[in-house]
Design a protein around this ligand. Structure first.
Ligand code: ZN
Length: 247
């Protein structure tokens, strides 16, 4: 038996009464737990394994097939995320990014901590879209996309105004703006935003105040990066896009 902490990503019906529960653990990476009769209302383990829950568990970890939970030591559900349809949509999207980015059973303790801090911040009313963009940018390298947001890809200068260019897979400086007529024409404020989201701590990101116009630009850039470089469009993302269109 092992003791570990975990963040519950989602639950899936299995057979009639059973559940498969995807959990990001602090030590063993992502794991799928089999919960016998988890769909029965009286199952006390099931209660401690709702989506958007963080908890401490004891269980049997398996590398090849399903793992098992034997005891829930502590559990806390992120209430505000759980109850708010928009917050929960964003968080589910972050979960699905993790699911695509990392293989099961690969230890990713630092990413566990980042997610925990971010969920805490969202629960304390940090802006969810801002943190979501931070995850999109931070996870790029895990997806094998190494865009450089900090220096000119042609002359490597960092001290001049920069702009994003897909032609050069990163930023170019004002001396080289004419090299890409399809560059993004970003303001220096947006460039700075991208840089903070990419490498900043949750604490500094939670303090950012991005006005609606700049947020629209960030939405656009992240969408462009994901469709051009990463090539995934999780179902959870289409739900967020629908929310945006209807608002
Ligand atoms: Zn340059």
């Amino acid at each position: 038996m092992e003791k570990f902490r975990g963040i519950v990503f989602y639950r899936k019906k299995f057979h009639d009464d059973d559940l498969l529960i995807k959990v990001l653990t602090d030590i063993y990476g992502k794991k799928t737990f089999f919960l016998k009769r988890g769909r029965k209302t009286r199952n006390r383990l099931s209660y401690g394994l709702q989506a958007f829950t963080i908890g401490e568990y004891i269980g049997k970890i398996s590398d090849k097939s399903f793992s098992f939970i034997n005891e829930v030591i502590t559990e806390k559900i992120y209430q505000k995320i759980y109850q708010d349809i928009e917050k929960s949509a964003y968080v589910q999207y972050i979960f699905s990014l993790y699911d695509s980015a990392f293989e099961d059973s690969k230890p990713i303790a630092n990413w566990f901590q980042l997610l925990e801090c971010s969920l805490d911040a969202i629960e304390n009313n940090a802006d969810t879209p801002t943190l979501t963009h931070a995850f999109e940018l931070k996870l790029l390298n895990v997806f094998g996309v190494n865009l450089d947001f900090f220096s000119c890809q042609i002359c490597h200068r960092r001290d001049l105004p920069l702009d994003l260019s897909f032609k050069y897979d990163g930023m170019i400086c004002m001396n080289h703006f004419e090299k890409d007529r399809y560059r993004f024409h970003l303001t220096s404020r947006i460039v700075r935003c991208i840089q903070v989201l990419k490498i900043g701590s949750v604490k500094s990101i939670a303090k950012m105040q991005i006005d609606p116009k700049n947020m629209k630009t960030l939405d656009f850039i992240c969408n462009q990066i994901y469709s051009n470089y990463v090539g995934i469009y999780p179902k959870t993302k289409s739900f967020i896009d629908k929310l945006h269109r209807s608002s």
